[in-house]
Design a protein around this ligand. Structure first.
Ligand SMILES: CC(C)(COP(=O)(O)OP(=O)(O)OC[C@H]1O[C@@H](n2cnc3c(N)ncnc32)[C@H](O)[C@@H]1OP(=O)(O)O)[C@@H](O)C(=O)NCCC(=O)NCCS
Length: 216
């Protein structure tokens, strides 16, 4: 993308009309930060676990990066209270997820480490978000987030600005901190989080790393 277009990229609150493009950005960055289109039988599987429940539950905590033409190239999504989100997911999202993805689809040529069966299980198992975290960690870092930028928008400082925006929104709500998990193979994301100031939570494990940061 030329420099003049990049400098015109702006961060704005999520709008309900952004739903499809948020799903697109999600699947385009879902394979440990790389493109996951065509990896699973349905390109909506990843967004239905890692993006769309967030904008459905907490549209006010979603922010997108848009170009001058309005094209969305990235986002940060999250929830302020992970425990409450888990309850909402069980009641509201699991039935919708089951209806949309009742069974594994036709196999693709890909053999991802995170399989379609894993995704289908995670779509109906929101308690996975609490597993491993201590009560003290959840009290200190009750929010959690997902952040993704298309390749042409990366390394321009936008990820940093998205996190600043998200943390400011949390602080304004009196939420003390935010945690996140990431694919341990995504070393670029870890470098970004380390540079930003996230710290590893005591319960973090090499195969299930978890980081946290305060809102201010
Ligand atoms: C990870 C991601 C959110 C970072 O956002 P970004 O806008 O590219 O990052 P920034 O430009 O704000 O980077 C700030 C600093 O973080 C570090 N950093 C960012 N990306 C990095 C990378 N790929 N490798 C190493 N360090 C990196 C650098 O220190 C960077 O400063 P510098 O560019 O001056 O060297 C973005 O690259 C992305 O969406 N990647 C694909 C999807 C993904 O992996 N999402 C996270 C899933 S857990």
């Amino acid at each position: 993308m030329p420099d003049d277009v990049l400098t015109a990229l702006t961060i704005r609150p999520y709008d309900v009309g952004d739903r499809d493009v948020v799903a697109h950005v999600c699947v385009c960055t879902a394979a440990g930060g790389q493109d996951a289109r065509g990896v699973y039988s349905d390109d909506l599987l990843m967004p239905d676990v890692y993006a769309l429940p967030y904008v459905e539950h907490s549209p006010d905590l979603a922010f997108v990066v848009a170009g001058p033409d309005g094209r969305v190239v990235g986002y940060v999504l999250g929830v302020a209270d992970t425990r409450a989100f888990v309850t909402w997911w069980e009641q509201a999202w699991t039935p919708r997820f089951r209806a949309a993805h009742p069974a594994p689809g036709a196999p693709t040529a890909h053999r991802p480490r995170y399989t379609e069966a894993d995704l289908l299980r995670d779509g109906t198992d929101p308690r996975r978000m609490l597993r491993g975290l201590t009560a003290a960690e959840l009290d200190a870092y009750p929010a959690h987030l997902h952040i993704d930028l298309l390749p042409e928008a990366q390394r321009q400082g936008l990820g940093t600005r998205l996190l600043d925006t998200f943390r400011e929104a949390l602080a304004a709500r009196g939420v003390p901190g935010v945690h996140l998990g990431y694919d341990p193979a995504n070393t670029a994301a870890r470098a970004f989080y380390d540079r930003y100031g996230f710290v590893e939570l005591p319960s973090s494990r090499p195969d299930a790393p978890r980081l946290g940061i305060t809102s201010r």
